[in-house]
Design a protein around this ligand. Structure first.
Ligand SMILES: [Mg+2]
Length: 410
């Protein structure tokens, strides 16, 4: 039986909610972000007028202000966004109980067999109408037979529109799109694919899955399935499609000192953290896997004091797990670091955390490192500790090691 899946995305969510609370903002370019007096604040969201000035989410507030001197800054009010998110969900709940949130402003809905209508578009239009009428904000909704295409549909027409993608027309509508638009194609995968001349979703769909597996590992096969509309993952009420992100490595020599272990853990933590950021996740739990030269292995995990996507935090937690569980002398052959208990990064109320300024700075710093590595390669920038043992730190975990992503494939 063909499923009917909706993906609903509230247009300019934070900025739209702020404009409701202060209608005078409607006619002005608005950016939601931290205190512009603090140099490190970034644009979290913007309205359509600010968009016309070229203001981008994630850019520094002072940069945005330079591009658009009239730009009005509004500090984020997460309590308001959470409340609106809940009210939107109550509307969805009139059509199905299968609702999977993705951040505060997006959700998948499985409306197969809904009693309201058999036609997904009818339900999508009704939901948009009610969100606009009852809450005063707008949504774009994609309707398709799988989650991946429904998500693509909600991106195709904005604001306040319904887009359908069917088995019959997905090749016309989806295949011409840039491959980067497919969910879970990150910057590193799209760069690799571009290297093989694959620029569109259609080109990805027509590539031999065997080749994709060689280039991207098992994720390559997953992306090929997505491009061909073969995503069978269910809309689940409480979980995210990626359950954890981990990296492990067998080291070029046995690790015999805490310093050896630290180098390797930092290398793995950097890779894990950068993939968390790339996918817009934070983790609440860190797991460490250790195997020694007698092939005895164990796994331990710890909850983080605050959810994070910063490699320092993940490395510290892993190192502490190692200290607590391994005594000298040791000879470790294999290490793995995994981020578990994931949540979308934007559901975190960063500004309320006691240490938020320092954490945000660290995150910004690591994002800058990500972008340098994206442009110039992994080894263009290294931590000082990596230089203490070139042999151990010569691995590029992102490219060389197994990526264990519990994903859509079941
Ligand atoms: Mg949105």
């Amino acid at each position: 039986m063909t499923r009917v899946i909706l993906h609903s995305d509230i247009n300019n969510f934070y900025a739209s909610v702020e404009c409701l609370y202060n209608p005078a903002l409607r006619s002005m370019p608005v950016a939601v972000g931290g205190d512009p007096e603090l140099r490190h604040g970034i644009v979290l969201a913007k309205n359509n007028i600010a968009k016309k000035y070229g203001i981008k989410t994630g850019e520094a507030l002072w940069q945005a202000k330079r591009r658009c001197p009239d730009l009005v800054f509004v500090p984020p009010h997460y309590d308001r966004y959470i409340r609106f998110s809940r009210m939107v969900r109550e509307i969805y709940a009139d059509y199905t109980d299968k609702i999977e949130p993705f951040g505060l402003d997006e959700s998948w809905l499985d409306v197969t067999g809904s009693l309201v209508s058999q036609d997904g578009k009818v339900i999508a239009d009704k939901i948009r109408e009610r969100i606009k009428f009852e809450l005063g904000i707008t949504a774009s909704v994609g309707v398709s037979y799988n989650k991946i295409f429904a998500k693509l549909g909600s991106d195709m027409h904005k604001p306040d529109a319904t887009t359908t993608i069917t088995v019959a027309d997905f090749k016309d509508k989806v295949w011409p799109l840039p491959v980067r638009e497919l969910l879970y194609v990150g910057s590193s995968a799209s760069r690799k694919l571009a290297g093989y001349g694959i620029h569109t979703i259609g080109a990805l769909a027509r590539t031999e899955p065997r080749l994709l597996k060689n280039w991207l590992g098992i994720n390559g096969v997953m992306l090929w399935q997505f491009a061909n509309g073969m995503d069978i993952s269910p809309v689940s009420n409480d979980s995210y499609p990626i359950k954890s992100i981990g990296n492990s490595t067998t080291t070029p020599r046995d690790l015999v000192s805490y310093e050896d272990v630290k180098i390797t853990i930092y290398m793995l933590a950097e890779s894990v953290a950068s993939r968390l950021r790339e996918n817009g996740f934070i983790c609440r739990t860190v797991q460490l896997y250790v195997r020694d030269n007698k092939l005895v292995s164990f796994e331990r995990q710890a909850k983080l004091p605050e959810p994070s996507c910063v490699s320092d935090t993940i490395a510290h937690a892993s190192m502490r797990l190692f200290d607590l569980n391994v005594n000298e002398p040791f000879a470790v052959r294999s290490l793995g670091v995994r981020a578990c208990d994931l949540a979308p990064a934007d559901c975190r109320q960063l500004s309320f955390l006691p240490d938020s300024e320092r954490l945000q700075k660290k995150e910004e710093l690591e994002k800058a490192v990500d972008s340098i590595r994206n442009r110039f390669g992994h080894f263009a920038i290294q931590r000082g500790i990596m230089l203490t043992d070139r042999n151990l730190s010569s691995l590029n975990p992102r490219d060389d090691h197994s990526i264990q992503q519990i994903a859509f494939l079941r």
